[in-house]
Write a protein that binds this ligand. Structure first.
Ligand code: SF4
Ligand code: FES
Length: 211
C-alpha cells in the first residue's frame, strides 16, 4: 500500500493506484473529460491536472501512479488554471455550447468556465443521422477517444476509429460509411460514454417521428 495525502487528507491506496483514484478515495473532486472508470486511462485531454509536492509542473491525475508519501493538491492555482484553459480551448472549437446534461458541460460549470476567451476555428456542422438508433454529430466531437475504447474494450465490436489529427481529429463509424455499414451492434456503449453527445441515442419518440 502507498500512503499519500490529498488536500491534506491522508489515504492509503493499493500499489499502482493513480492520483485520481487516491483523490476519489479521499473524497476530493478532480475534473476529468477523457476518463471513464470502465476503461483503461488514456490521458488524452489534460483536464485532470493536479499539483504534487516536488513536481515542477502539474501532473495528469488519471495516468500518474501514486508514490508513497506523495502530497497532492487538487485545487492548486497553476493546475486549476491549466484545467480551465484546456476546457476553454475545447469549448472554443464547438459550434454550440454542449448541452447542460453532458459531462463536458458539467465539468465546465464546476470549473467556473462559462465560455472561451479564444475565437479560432469552429467545427463545421456534419450530422450523420442514417442509423435508426445512434446519431453521430461530428461537430461536437472533442476527440477524447472514449467511444472508440468503449466499442473496443467494453463491447469488442471495433466499429469506431479515431481519424485525423489536431483540429481535424474526429471519429468514423466503419470505413466512414456510418454505423449501419460498420460492425456496430447498436449496444449504445459509445453514446453512453460520450461526454458531449457527439454520439447520442435517438429517442423512441424521434424514431417514431422518423418512421
Ligand atoms: S464521439 Fe464523443 S466519445 Fe467519441 S471521441 Fe468524440 S467526443 Fe469522445
Ligand atoms: S481525464 Fe486525465 S487526461 Fe483526460
Amino acid at each position: 500500500m502507498s500512503r499519500v495525502t490529498v488536500d491534506g487528507t491522508a489515504v492509503e491506496v493499493a500499489p499502482g493506484a493513480t492520483i485520481l483514484e487516491a483523490a476519489e478515495a479521499a473524497g476530493h473532486w478532480v475534473p476529468t473529460v477523457c476518463f471513464d472508470q470502465r476503461q483503461a486511462p488514456f490521458g488524452a485531454c489534460r483536464v485532470c491536472m493536479v499539483a504534487v509536492a516536488g513536481s515542477p509542473k502539474p501532473l495528469p491525475a488519471c495516468t500518474t501512479p501514486c508514490r508513497d508519501g506523495m502530497e497532492i493538491e487538487t485545487e492548486e492555482a497553476t493546475a486549476r488554471r491549466v484545467s480551465r484553459a484546456v476546457v476553454e480551448l475545447v469549448l472554443s472549437e464547438l459550434p454550440e455550447p454542449p448541452a447542460p446534461h453532458t459531462e463536458l458541460a458539467r465539468v465546465a460549470a464546476r470549473l467556473g468556465v462559462t465560455g472561451s476567451r479564444w475565437t479560432g476555428a469552429v467545427h463545421a456542422r456534419e450530422d450523420d443521422l442514417r442509423h435508426p438508433y445512434l446519431a453521430l454529430r461530428h461537430e461536437l466531437c472533442i476527440s477524447c477517444g472514449r467511444c472508440v475504447r468503449a466499442c473496443d474494450e467494453v463491447q469488442g465490436a471495433f466499429a469506431l476509429t479515431a481519424t485525423g489529427r489536431g483540429f481535424d481529429a474526429n471519429i468514423a463509424a466503419g470505413l466512414d460509411a456510418g454505423f449501419e455499414d460498420s460492425t456496430c451492434v447498436s449496444c449504445g456503449a459509445c453514446a453512453d460514454t460520450c461526454p458531449t453527445d457527439a454520439i447520442s441515442e435517438i429517442s423512441l419518440v424521434a424514431q417514431l417521428e422518423r418512421s
